[in-house]
Design a protein around this ligand. Structure first.
Ligand code: FEO
Length: 410
């Protein structure tokens, strides 16, 4: 692991982290990179920090040594975002130097005090404000609230056209820190980060899709030549590619998305399960791809990714104690909270004595303003009959056709 040069006077420092649940809940089986950047004029600034997870921030300090930068020479700390994966090293930094000046947004001020007890040496900035580092290097600030907390802002180096947007345009996935740039990676490696970006977006950003759309519009007003995010690779050859990816993902959250259908199912004694493969077969007979998750076995992080990518959703679950199978209710509620709206959907499932799943489904969809359009559900008492299965197949075909005619082209 080493520091690398982004361009003249700009360096990327990074730590890969694995074997954690990101934000305490999201699996990152391929790890995640947390990036900081050094920008040098006559004065020196560090943009974002990294969390004090294993081996960090010592890793960061070692990389400063590699660059022959004395940490005591860092005059300015730019905090684009207060979430501790970007600000968590402030404590360690303060042990080395106490009189650095923090540039951040007004909304970050109470969090600086709450997280780190920092109340002084803070310069509050808003959109359009700048910091002159000397030697022709001027940093400009742009507020991009709610990407992904209210205080977030982006920093733009006017000299090189480099944008430092923190969480925006980021991805999961550990990065080869010897070659962390799109122009040093093979196409399949870039595609790996694009896939990791989709799950990152679904897990971390999708609730803030409308704020992200506004941020993208602001970015389009800048002459951006390089995008250097807080997670993932640096887009140096084709920053437009990551902007297009993020634009597409913000659209997916509002629907339609891909011509695919997420099939989420849970079963207590195998009765509902009997109807799952028939509906999958029916969908796939229409050449529509499915993404299948058994609930609760499949982690919500992967379920959210599949639902974000898919224009259609099948929900298959039994009634449980007059309500919906509880793990499915929890998953559906989380999808609603993540604001993945406007889907074509179909529900099926077994009920014992009374039914009741539909009532809870209606309540969750209405409360979260999900705007999902459902085909007529198919419920069956106990195990599905041949007639039930035939109706379920028919609904699967109807849903697949609806999705195909509505979804976005890849
Ligand atoms: Fe990467 Fe919102 O923190």
């Amino acid at each position: 692991m080493r520091a690398t040069r982004v361009s003249e006077g700009i360096y990327r420092l990074s730590a890969n982290v694995s074997n954690i649940l990101f934000e305490g809940m999201w699996p990152v089986p391929n790890g995640v990179a947390m990036n900081s950047y050094i920008v040098k004029g006559e004065k020196c600034a560090i943009i974002d920090g990294v969390c004090a997870w294993d081996g960090v921030p010592e890793t960061l300090l070692a990389q400063l040594d590699e660059l022959e930068i004395d940490v005591r020479d860092l005059d300015y700390v730019i905090i684009n975002h207060m979430e501790p994966d970007h600000s968590g090293w402030l404590d360690a930094f303060r042990n080395v130097r106490e009189d650095f000046i923090i540039y951040t947004s007004e909304r970050a001020r109470p969090l600086l005090e709450a997280f780190y007890g920092i109340t002084g040496n803070i310069k509050l900035v808003k959109s359009g404000d700048t910091l002159d580092l000397g030697a022709g290097r001027v940093l400009a600030f742009e507020e991009i609230p709610n990407v992904h907390w209210p205080e977030t802002m982006a920093t733009y180096d006017t000299k090189s056209g480099t944008l430092f947007p923190c969480d925006a345009f980021g991805s999961f996935g550990a990065v080869d820190n010897d070659a962390p740039y799109d122009d040093t990676l093979q196409e399949e490696q870039i595609e790996f980060f694009e896939r990791e970006m989709e799950r990152y977006y679904a897990n971390i950003v999708t609730s803030f899709s409308s704020a992200t759309q506004k941020a993208i519009e602001k970015v389009k007003g800048l002459d951006v030549k390089v995008i250097a995010p807080g997670h993932g690779i640096v887009w140096r050859r084709d920053p437009g590619r990551v902007i297009r990816s993020y634009t597409r993902l913000t659209g997916y959250s509002q629907g339609p998305a891909r011509a695919e259908i997420a099939v989420l199912w849970g079963s207590m004694y195998g009765m509902t399960e009997m109807a799952v493969q028939p509906v999958i077969d029916a969908i796939e007979s229409q050449k529509v791809k499915t993404r299948v998750h058994r609930i609760p076995e499949s982690h919500i992080g992967y379920v959210l990714d599949s639902v974000l990518q898919s224009s259609g959703v099948v929900l298959a679950m039994p009634t449980y104690e007059y309500k919906m199978f509880p793990p499915m209710a929890a998953v559906l509620d989380e999808i609603g909270k993540k604001k993945i709206v406007n889907r074509r959907a179909f529900r099926l499932g077994s009920y014992g004595w009374s039914g009741g799943a539909q009532k809870e489904l209606d309540e969750i969809v209405t409360r979260n303003k999900m705007k999902w359009e459902f085909l007529e559900p198919v419920e069956f008492k106990g195990r599905p009959t041949e007639e039930d299965v035939a109706r379920i197949r028919q609904r699967g075909i109807e849903l697949a056709r609806a999705v195909k005619s509505w979804a976005l082209a890849d």
